[in-house]
Design a protein around this ligand. Structure first.
Ligand code: ADP
Length: 313
């Protein structure tokens, strides 16, 4: 049975904003699945529907076979969520927060102590957990929130932009912690992010979401492979369409070439990088920069949506 099954899921907010426009995907047990897209793409709304805080206006979603709209309580029992906004009580110690959450979820006290002990170790909280949360840094609090979400031993964990607002070093530490979680258990994780590196590093598969629709869904490697091994990038100082036409006529640029502003990105596929560079030279195109590089997920996203992920975020 799939851990998550989403069919034609949609959400139109009162006032008419179509935040999610009929998306479909399935997530296998134990898989780490990423929803990648810029702010406003519909990621949080999707997580909200899967975690029963937002009611879908169309379609269905099942968690471990449980329909989130028909049986929201049962759906919540198999899943946990870490939202962007903090939910822990700052006046209490980390441990107290974990204990209260365990009681809320009716975890047997003896089991709770063991579970909490294990989570404190796994999330590197040993030195913090008996201090009030008010003194935690952003990254420390995020780790406590993940521990809190795991107290009920969910089969599914939802992480909504888990590293947003953290400085880069803390972000990498937290990514290690999340990567460690999957090694520990066969829990399914769905995370949302607008960081490409994060998606690439953590996820088995990624759905790229744009304006409420999934525009690509595959493994990071397969998404990248669609662009071949090498990309030719030119910053054109003259007319971009003219340069593109010349490159096409010369057989350098294929149909998947795309332009953003004055930058032309040309997936080379079977064509060699040095041949392509020689062709640019020969054509005498007016450029301010020309080079070849490996494709990135940013290219995948850009080709599909016409907007650069980091800029849109
Ligand atoms: P993301 O998480 O990818 O940034 P969201 O799911 O938060 O995207 O938002 C998707 C779209 O829905 C945006 O246009 C946003 O403004 C809109 N939206 C989100 N929440 C609400 C709401 N409660 N009421 C109306 N519009 C909303």
């Amino acid at each position: 049975m799939n851990a998550i099954e989403v069919t034609k899921l949609g959400k139109t907010y009162p006032g008419g904003v179509q935040a999610v426009r009929g998306i479909d995907f399935e997530v296998a047990p134990g898989e780490v699945f990423g929803l990648l897209g810029p702010n406003g793409a519909g990621k949080s709304t999707t997580v909200g529907m899967l975690t029963t805080t937002i009611r879908p206006t169309s379609g269905t979603a099942r968690l471990a076979g449980v329909d989130v709209t028909k049986h929201p309580l049962a759906a919540r029992r198999v899943s946990s969520v870490v939202f962007q906004d903090s939910v822990v009580d700052r006046a209490l110690t980390g441990r107290r927060n974990l204990e209260i959450h365990a009681r809320l979820w009716s975890v047997e006290p003896r089991d709770a102590a063991d579970t909490i002990g294990g989570l404190v170790d796994a999330l590197g909280l040993a030195e913090l957990v008996d201090r009030p949360v008010a003194g935690y840094s952003g990254g420390e609090r995020r780790r406590l929130e993940i521990a809190r979400a795991l107290v009920s031993q969910p089969r599914l964990l939802f992480l909504d932009e888990p590293t947003v607002g953290l400085d880069p070093r803390i972000r990498y530490e937290l990514l290690d912690v999340i990567a460690g979680l999957r090694a520990r258990s066969d829990m399914t994780i769905l995370l949302t992010t607008h960081y490409l590196d994060e998606a690439e590093r953590l996820c088995d598969r990624i759905a790229i979401i744009h304006a409420g629709k999934i525009v690509a869904l595959d493994t990071p490697a397969a998404l990248l492979a669609a662009l071949g091994h090498e990309i030719l990038e030119l910053r054109v100082s003259g007319d971009v369409p003219t340069a593109l036409k010349a490159l096409r006529a010369r057989g350098v640029a294929g149909d998947d070439t795309f332009a953003v502003g004055s930058t032309l990105t040309v997936p080379l596929h079977d064509r060699g990088g040095s041949d392509a560079l020689a062709a640019v030279e020969e054509l005498g195109l007016a450029t301010t920069a020309v080079g070849t590089r490996k494709p990135t997920l940013d290219d995948v996203y850009l080709r599909l949506t016409g907007g650069r992920l980091a800029e849109a975020a």
